[in-house]
Design a protein around this ligand. Structure first.
Ligand SMILES: O=P(O)(O)OC[C@H]1O[C@](O)(COP(=O)(O)O)[C@@H](O)[C@@H]1O
Length: 402
């Protein structure tokens, strides 16, 4: 059998089979593959899962040989896994819960018109109006972090200032709760981005507002963990704890995020560029030349590149991570603290690069919470080639309407 399946008890009309996350590994040789897997990849209790689903546990047990190859996010980070420490496990449990709520929110038929263009309540009569989904997502994450008890401060792209949560929380979380929400009314993929730092205890004596800001302005080199959640045909939580980049896919039947993409390595070079090239005439000479060159297959890689642009950062980045190439926004638009740093951390952990066109993103010291900058993420050889054109940062930024 190539995948773990459970037969549901047949009813009068059909006998569906639920495929539980078929392994990504070389299933042609399950024994040798399993022998090479770390021990923590075992132990998923399929009987329990089956019982929760109200399906035939004996069929589940029959499949349990295959299921032992699968590992949930919580198993991965816990004691039997890479053991990131109890505090971070609890924090990730709450982030995981928040992301499932947001996944349900963006997929709900009742929220299908709550993208960016909704009026934000300013008068009493507007207060009863539904809120835009990025605001609701922000509230979901804040609530999850509060309940975790592990976070001292949350800085969000949606808030002017960071929110101080708990004096004893060991961690600081920066987040863009729902990126790409301008596309949501058309069901285009969206995503959550987050980064986790340690609280700077040496700042504990400062007034709350001051220490909240300074804790949130830490350099990307101090990230303890970072991740994104892609809400698309699958909901995928991709994270790094400083030892590689790993992606987990939500199994809607159990509510678990299952390790589906262990140790992602971005291809050293891709053949795809991702940019809003309607802005071509606002680009500097270097960027125009670079794109013209790779489009024609005249760059260091002698093949013509293809263009792919979803205009949803998490989705464009996720594709780039898997297929290689470069995802970019050359104008001062994306935020260093909430977007560029966490995604660059993940890119680097996958052997990729994150650049502002001149310098490594993680080496930049944030000076303002909502600081914006050009962002180039992708395969190391593509980023090196792009940087070699020198003049790739778009300085003209007329504030496009769409
Ligand atoms: O308009 P551009 O320059 O193509 O920017 C698109 C980018 O802006 C974003 O929509 C984020 O913008 P917001 O922070 O204003 O939502 C990204 O998801 C996307 O990659």
């Amino acid at each position: 059998m190539l995948s773990s399946t459970i037969s549901l008890k047949p009813n009068s009309n059909f006998s569906p089979r639920i495929h539980l996350f078929p392994p990504k590994f070389d299933i042609a040789q399950p024994k040798s593959r399993m022998a090479s897997l770390p021990s923590f990849l075992g132990g998923l209790n399929l009987s329990r899962v089956a019982a929760n689903m109200g399906v035939d546990a004996s069929s589940a047990a029959a499949s349990s040989d295959q299921s032992s190859e699968f590992c949930t996010l919580m198993e991965y980070v816990g004691k039997g896994g890479i053991d990131v420490g109890d505090d971070l496990v609890v924090l990730f449990g709450h982030l995981e819960y928040a992301s499932k709520k947001i996944a349900a929110l963006v997929a709900s038929p009742f929220n299908s018109s709550l993208g960016k263009n909704v009026t934000i309540a300013s008068t009493p009569s507007e207060r009863d109006e539904p809120k835009p989904l990025d605001i609701v997502s922000n509230e979901i994450i804040l609530s999850a972090l509060r309940h975790s008890g592990k976070v001292s401060v949350m800085a969000s792209e949606e808030d002017d200032l960071p929110v101080w949560i708990n004096d004893d929380g060991p961690y600081v979380v920066v987040t863009d709760p729902l990126d790409g929400s301008r596309n949501i009314d058309a069901s285009i993929p969206t995503g959550t981005i987050f980064g986790v730092y340690k609280r700077l205890v040496e700042l504990d004596h400062l007034p709350v507002e001051e220490k909240a800001i300074l804790n949130s302005l830490q350099s990307g080199t101090r990230l303890v963990a970072a991740g994104y959640v892609l809400y698309s045909s699958a909901t995928i939580l991709c994270a790094s704890f400083g030892s590689g980049t790993h992606a987990f896919t939500l199994d809607h039947s159990t509510g678990d995020f299952i390790l589906t993409h262990p140790n992602i390595k971005i291809p050293p070079r891709g053949q795809i560029y991702s940019v809003n090239d309607a802005r071509y005439f606002d680009w500097p000479q270097g960027l125009r030349q670079y794109i013209d060159t790779i489009r024609q297959g005249k760059g260091k890689y002698p093949k013509k590149y293809s263009a792919r642009y979803i205009c949803s950062l998490v989705a464009d980045f996720h594709r780039t991570l898997l297929y290689g190439g470069v995802a970019m926004n050359p104008r001062d638009h994306l935020r260093l603290v909430y977007e560029a740093n966490p995604l660059s951390f993940i890119a680097e952990q996958a052997r990729g690069k994150g650049s502002d066109g001149k310098s490594r993103i993680l080496s930049l010291q944030p000076v303002k919470l909502h600081q914006r900058l050009p962002l180039f993420l992708g395969s190391p050889e593509d980023i090196d080639e792009l940087e070699s054109y020198g003049d790739v940062q778009q300085k003209v930024n007329p504030g496009y309407e769409v």
